[in-house]
Design a protein around this ligand. Structure first.
Ligand SMILES: Cc1cc2nc3c(=O)[nH]c(=O)nc-3n(C[C@H](O)[C@H](O)[C@H](O)COP(=O)(O)O)c2cc1C
Length: 212
């Protein structure tokens, strides 16, 4: 197999200590708004890595549904593979990649369940099809075939013929509570800018530049 030799020099922007917000969540908001304004499709898509108690990692993309100074929230099935890993090992890492802006954001921290109220509120805001989908999918379990999934959908549709569909007890939010957030801006000749915010013992954020 020949190596993949495409090379891209990054030159869109710079990231400077003097120009960033001292608060990583406000800095994230600035970059998220810029990713949205740049027309990036699903700028809220992020890779979430979890690990088994034996330290075996697994990663997948999910959609961030909210963020604030408490952390980054996504919704999923608590009995899924990621849910089981989080139950046994409540730490996670997130990565956003905004290619056209030549930017990456990495978040690391602990992970906790969102409150029932928060999960209920978000579930109620979803389209009916997604609500039913949450009931149908035994996420990460083996399914005999597509027909089995469709048959289960018909059963669920008959169970909730009209009106409100409740949130399944095994479905809800997770919040990654960061201890570190790194902002990466691609630069020329691989001399990229990396600024990492790390939570200190006195609960303030220290900013360091990392070698690219
Ligand atoms: C763009 C995109 C968005 C996704 N969003 C979610 C999501 O918000 N929640 C979710 O549970 N799975 C989402 N998925 C599916 C996950 O990548 C994954 O297949 C699923 O959560 C099962 O993962 P697990 O077996 O590791 O638990 C998304 C996939 C893609 C490609």
């Amino acid at each position: 197999m020949p190596s993949i030799t495409q090379r891209h020099d990054y030159e869109k922007a710079a990231l400077d200590e003097s120009a960033v917000d001292r608060d990583p969540f406000r800095q994230f908001q600035v970059w998220f708004d810029e990713a949205t304004a740049a027309g990036i499709s699903e700028p809220n898509a992020m890779t979430v890595a979890t690990a088994s108690p034996e330290g075996r990692p697994s990663a997948r993309i999910v959609l961030m549904r909210r963020f604030d100074e408490r952390g980054f929230v996504f919704f999923t099935n608590y009995d899924s593979r990621k849910g089981r890993e989080i139950a046994a090992n409540p730490f996670a890492s997130l990565v956003f990649f905004w290619q056209s802006l030549e930017r990456q954001v990495r978040v690391e921290g602990s992970i906790v369940r969102a409150s029932d109220v928060e999960s209920d509120e978000y579930f109620a805001s979803r389209p009916t099809g997604s609500m039913l989908g949450a009931w149908v999918s035994n996420q990460s379990g083996v399914v005999a075939d597509r027909a089995a999934l469709e048959a289960e959908l018909a059963v669920i549709q008959a169970r909730f013929p009209e009106g409100e569909i409740p949130r399944p007890p095994y479905w809800g939010g997770y919040r990654i509570v960061p201890t570190s957030i790194e902002f990466w801006q691609g630069r020329r000749s691989r001399l990229h800018d990396r600024l990492v915010y790390r939570l200190t013992d006195d609960r303030s954020w220290r900013i360091d530049r990392l070698a690219p």
